[in-house]
Ligand binder design. Structure first.
Ligand SMILES: [Zn+2]
Length: 316
């Protein structure tokens, strides 16, 4: 499906609103005041009225689109573009495709969609055999630290740390030939972390997994108590001096990290640390749905209908 096909399927605003309405009505719509399920549609207001408490609910309320003045069609098209290809898509590119003059509103749409992608993925608990490691992504030096001497390695102002987790198991079906590893990858998560304390790392692993994972990490001390603290069923630390032998065990986290870096760097020259999580959300969302192809499109639609974005930011 191309953008042109997409526009044929949704030729105008009315068709998008109708799709949104039917989607919401078929996916457990209920009154936000009393939880009632009996809602009646008012075409003139583009809203539902609750038959029990008379509360009126707008078509977009409770979705990522709440409060936005841009057409539903722009949101749908942005969702489509964002998920139609594996590479990172910039707001600039989407703005050009939408033919919008102003960048800011499109930039907000795109970041809000990335935000709900992250929230959608956060509902999934990783399980089984897993690899966990940290990755360091290049980001802009924060304004308040531009005059400070540059630190190196961990804690450098030019790097943002990310905890990366990947379901990775030895399976009967061998993975694609281009990856010379006997392990296959399932879902992944990438979470920006502010520090490397054991409590920070353990907390992220605890919320990201089902509590029964068998985790492999390197010998970093912050992972030491994972099993003792009951966060994982088992923990295997690979203590090796050379990067290569660690890489053989933590194969998929490393592949995921380098693919994410390449994907983000190919699209952006410099990114602000505060937005890195959003770009990672987009990467992981697509990675986790890599077998679905263009059916990806109904996924963000689902996001748009169930969540409201946390993202609030203005660049002017
Ligand atoms: Zn009600």
């Amino acid at each position: 499906m191309t953008l042109l096909d997409f526009y044929r399927q949704y030729p105008d605003e009315a068709s998008c609103e109708a799709a949104l309405r039917s989607f919401r009505e078929h996916h457990g719509l209920f009154c936000s005041q009393c939880g009632g399920l009996r809602l009646s549609w008012n075409p003139s207001h583009k809203s539902w009225t609750c038959m029990d408490c008379k509360h009126e609910m707008q078509l977009r309320s409770g979705t990522v689109m709440q409060g936005s003045h841009l057409p539903v069609r722009d949101w749908f098209a942005a969702m489509f573009m964002l998920t139609a290809t594996r590479r990172a898509i910039s707001a600039k590119e989407i703005q050009r495709q939408l033919g919008r003059k102003r960048y800011q509103p499109v930039w907000e749409i795109v970041h809000k969609l990335r935000d709900v992608m992250g929230r959608r993925d956060s509902l999934y608990a990783l399980h089984g055999d897993m690899e966990v490691d940290e990755g360091f992504f290049s980001t802009e030096t924060p304004e308040d630290q531009k005059d400070c001497p540059l630190k190196r390695g961990r804690g450098s102002q030019r790097k943002t740390s990310v905890l990366v987790m990947a379901e990775s198991s030895r399976s009967a079906t061998p993975p694609a030939r281009k990856y010379s590893t006997p392990k296959t990858v399932g879902h992944i998560k990438m979470l920006v972390i502010g520090d490397f304390k054991a409590s920070t790392i353990t907390g992220k692993i605890k919320t990201g997994t089902d509590g029964n994972a068998d985790v492999t990490t390197d010998g970093f001390s912050s992972y030491a108590a994972l099993e003792k603290d009951g966060v994982t069923t088992s923990h295997h630390a690979v203590v090796a001096d050379d990067k290569k032998s660690v890489g053989k065990v933590l194969t998929w986290v490393h592949i995921a990290i380098s693919n994410a870096k390449r994907s983000i760097l190919d699209t952006y020259h410099d990114i602000k640390a505060e937005f890195l999580q959003l770009y990672l959300n987009e990467f992981c969302y697509k990675f986790n749905r890599r077998y679905l192809g263009f059916r990806l499109f109904d996924r963000p639609e689902l996001c748009a209908c169930t969540y409201r974005a946390n993202f609030k930011h203005r660049i002017y």
